[in-house]
Design a protein around this ligand. Structure first.
Ligand code: NAP
Length: 532
């Protein structure tokens, strides 16, 4: 077999939530499609992040596919917020139901994708072979490349080193062990209460505290499930009109125009019912710093009520605007710090001096058996810039994005014809319910490919002007909010040497409206069949 014998209409990279649905769509259009997946299992995020406590913080009745009515009716979630293994079970059910598994090349890693300007085809090279394809679709996720920061002495650690984003399949035995965890983002906040139950000591190394809202998780309320299933399409439609694409709290009321006592009493109710949606409890929390401070202070007071040691409580209280870093949702996180075996180390006061073979040196030497990195991801761009993606004139995507990622609608990039990204930079993605945002992009890509075929177009590419103007709009909107006020992975601040640029588009309904307008205007901002 020669190198370039295997030719496809489309190659999809990744078999997570987006790759699976993209494959389903294109397969049903009769295209020849290959899915390439690095792991030996499908599931993306839910396959890799198997740490104890991993759970979706969007209610599962919303964090699920809507493309097939039978699927949404037949599947039942056991809890309001499903745990990782149940979501994996669901994704496997979807793959089995629609006969997707046999067409996925597992344990194969894409290394390079290169556009050939003469043939207008992509060559995709993996660790195993090379494929040729007309369309190259990256379904590689927004949070898939783990951030492994330089920590002095880390390489000399001789105990077990784990990362929440590449958690081993085998159950880890923490019983009676001394365990350290570095990082206090969503992953850490979910896993700490679980791990604390078993360990001798848990040392939590915190650089920046996070706001977290109780999930108020519990068994699925069968009445709520029946009610949603009775009107699923309307329910989804309603959610798509919310700024973050979520159901429940999306109150139009403003803190700035409300009575403070009433606001606090409303917050009490939201705290006991809402999880992530707490942020939508009043419309001005994301945009008005004074109103934001009222919400932030409410959460700080809750932390101080829950955590008995005053000094620890103070260290756990974030000082930045609530929502500036991704809001967390927990099950008993702050309560865990009342356990005698859990110790908080504030890295601002006592930075890590060194990691030794069996200890971490900070304000004192902490002897440990296991070290967990819960240090997050090279978000939104990492999965693309970690590969060699070569477009026109062999320009490498990672070079084109050196000063900051630019994409048109989060779907296409200039100089990279016939390449699509699902939930790429410049789309609501991580600032929305990922499931419907993924479905929106997959449907759009499939429709676009169908339209191209009907209209005898073979190559689509976004223009640089459209891309520049789009990213200006992304930043203009973000600058009206508190999201740009804090160092976070939304703007690349968590990765050394990464260009600082705010990447998600804020506002699902506005995004949808613009996407529909652009599409109706025959894909305004894209050009077709550009001659080289
Ligand atoms: P993250 O939010 O980026 O948190 C990483 C943590 O590591 C932060 O506390 C960060 O501190 C710390 N850190 C990074 N480098 C460090 C260093 N050199 N020294 C000390 N501390 C360091 O990552 P994550 O918790 O994995 O979550 C990422 C995102 O994944 C979430 O925001 C969420 O969108 C998603 N997620 C979702 C769910 C869910 O739906 N259930 C669960 C988990 C994750 P700084 O803040 O100071 O940088």
């Amino acid at each position: 077999m020669t190198d370039e014998e295997t030719k496809y209409d489309a190659v999809i990279v990744g078999a997570g939530v987006s790759g699976l649905f993209m494959f389903y769509k294109l397969k049903n259009m009769g295209l020849s499609v290959l899915v390439i997946e690095k792991s030996d299992e499908l599931g993306g995020t839910w396959n890799w992040n198997r740490y104890p406590g991993a759970r979706c913080d969007i209610p599962s009745l919303e964090y699920s596919y809507q493309f097939d009515e039978e699927l949404q009716q037949e599947w039942s979630w056991s809890e309001k917020y499903s745990a990782g293994p149940e979501i994996l079970e669901y994704l496997n059910h979807v793959a089995d139901k629609f006969d997707l598994k046999d067409y996925i090349n597992f344990e194969e890693e894409v290394i390079q994708a290169k556009f050939n300007e003469d043939s207008c085809l992509w060559s995709v090279s993996t660790n195993k072979q090379k494929y040729v394809t007309k369309f190259c679709i990256f379904a590689t996720g927004c949070l898939s490349i783990p951030n492994k920061p330089e920590i002095p002495g880390l390489e000399s650690f001789e105990g077990e080193l784990l990362h929440t984003a590449t958690w081993p399949r085998e159950e880890q035995n923490f019983r009676g062990k001394n365990v350290a965890i570095i990082g206090t983002g969503s992953s850490s906040i979910q896993t700490i209460p679980e791990i604390a139950k078993d360990v001798k000591n848990l040392y939590v190394f915190q650089r920046t505290p996070n706001y977290s809202i109780p999930s108020n998780n519990g068994p699925m309320d069968k009445d709520v499930e029946a009610q949603v299933k009775g009107r699923y399409s309307e329910f989804r439609k309603e959610n798509s009109l919310n700024g973050f694409g979520l159901a429940s709290l999306s109150d139009e009321a403003l803190i700035s125009e409300s009575d403070l006592e009433e606001v606090i009493s409303q917050f009490e109710e939201n705290w006991n019912t809402s999880g992530l949606a707490f942020f939508g409890g009043y419309a001005d929390i994301p945009v008005d710093v004074d109103s934001n401070e009222v919400a932030a202070n409410f959460v700080r007071n809750k932390i101080k009520e829950i955590v008995s040691d005053e000094e620890t409580a103070e260290k756990l209280c974030p000082k930045y605007h609530i929502g500036g870093k991704r809001l967390c949702v927990d099950t008993g996180y702050f309560q865990t710090f009342n356990r005698e075996n859990v110790h908080l180390i504030d890295l601002h006061a006592s930075p890590i001096e060194n990691v030794n073979s069996n200890s971490i040196e900070a304000d004192q030497d902490y002897e440990i058996d296991i070290l967990i990195l819960a240090t997050g991801f090279d978000a939104m761009t990492g999965a693309l810039t970690s590969l060699d993606i070569l477009g026109r004139n062999e320009v490498n995507l990672k070079d084109q994005w050196k000063e900051g990622a630019k994409s048109y609608l989060g779907l296409g990039v200039s100089n990279f014809p016939n390449l699509f990204t699902i939930t790429g930079p410049g789309s609501p993605s991580v600032l929305s319910n990922m499931m419907p945002s993924i479905e929106q992009h997959v449907n759009w890509i499939a429709d676009c490919i169908g339209w191209m075929s009907e209209n005898n177009k073979s190559v689509i590419e976004s223009t640089k002007t459209a891309e520049d103007e789009w990213m200006e709009l992304v930043n203009e909107i973000a600058d009206m909010t508190i999201f740009t006020s804090t160092q976070s992975w939304y703007n690349g601040s968590n990765i050394e040497d990464k260009a600082k640029a705010f990447l998600p588009f804020i506002g699902v309904p506005v995004y949808t409206e613009k996407l529909e307008e652009i599409t109706a205007a025959e894909y305004q901002g894209f050009i077709f069949d550009k001659s080289n």
